[in-house]
Write a protein that binds this ligand. Structure first.
Ligand SMILES: Nc1ncnc2c1ncn2[C@@H]1O[C@H](COP(=O)(O)OP(=O)(O)O)[C@@H](O)[C@H]1O
Ligand SMILES: [Mg+2]
Length: 242
């Protein structure tokens, strides 16, 4: 569904993404892990057109999307959430989700209906008329996901949607991600630090370290890989399943 080939990005002296290649198959939940600063968010930014790449190519279905603008890539069916959630604080939850829905609909009323369907599905209805800035972090993360879903993606990139959530919220988010994948057929690529969630949800995982691909495989292959354990899990195998 998505093919990333030799993608690279340099920031001054730093190779943030260094010759990365991988493929995402239609229907799967694909995981990207790695320590802070490994280049995970930059990789997402390159794929979704938020920053230009120096080298390499990204193909989505029949399209080469390298060099396209974020709205063009979104219109092809690639959605994303941002790690640093930045809702329009002065707008309501409904208005924020409308931002995602509007490009997909000719009529305002249709966009509003679609936005409210997503709001309902994510349990945000009680907050629909509240200003986004008033929401606690767990609900801001949900709002960010709702906005992304309103763009009607067939492939959805999630950048640490579990960051800052409490254990109950993590469980809820995991169930939601599984349902988006299974029931709505959305292919998912997720960056996540909560290892238990990654291991439970992802069929395949890529591990990044200092911009490079350190490993790729199933959850058990990756968490059992001595190099990954050394580099990412701090040499403590027990962390792999924690
Ligand atoms: N716009 C930018 N300009 C300069 N350096 C950046 C920029 N964005 C990210 N970086 C650097 O690139 C590296 C990778 O960052 P990032 O992709 O955010 O990592 P991760 O998401 O894996 O934590 C970090 O060293 C970060 O400081
Ligand atoms: Mg990041």
């Amino acid at each position: 569904m998505l093919t990333v080939q030799n993608l690279s990005k340099r920031f001054g002296g730093l190779l943030a993404v260094d010759d990365i290649s991988f493929e995402i198959q239609k229907g799967e939940i694909f995981g990207i892990i790695g320590p802070n600063g490994a280049g995970k968010t930059t990789l997402f930014n390159l794929i979704t057109g938020n920053i230009p790449s120096d080298k390499g190519q990204v193909r989505f279905q029949d399209h080469v999307i390298t060099g396209k603008k974020p709205h063009q890539i979104a219109s092809l069916g690639i959605g994303r959430t941002f790690q640093m959630v930045k809702p329009f604080g002065g707008l309501t939850v409904e208005q924020n989700v409308m931002m995602g829905a509007l490009p997909r609909h000719k009529l305002f009323a249709d966009a509003q209906k679609a936005a409210n369907e997503v709001i309902d599905r994510l349990g945000l209805k009680p907050y629909a008329r509240e200003e986004a800035r008033a929401l606690p972090v767990g609900l801001k993360k949900k709002l960010e996901l709702a906005r992304a879903l309103a763009t009607q993606p067939s492939l959805l990139f999630l950048d640490e949607v579990m960051g800052g959530l409490n254990p109950t919220e993590v469980q809820e988010m995991m169930a939601l991600i599984r349902s988006l994948n299974r029931d709505q057929g959305i292919t998912i690529c997720m960056i996540e630090h909560v290892m238990a969630a990654v291991v439970a949800l992802c069929e395949r995982i890529v591990v990044l370290q200092q911009g490079r691909k350190l490993a790729e495989g199933t959850a058990s292959e990756v968490t059992g890989n001595p190099e990954v354990i050394k580099a990412y899990l701090g040499g403590d195998v027990a962390h792999a399943g924690a």
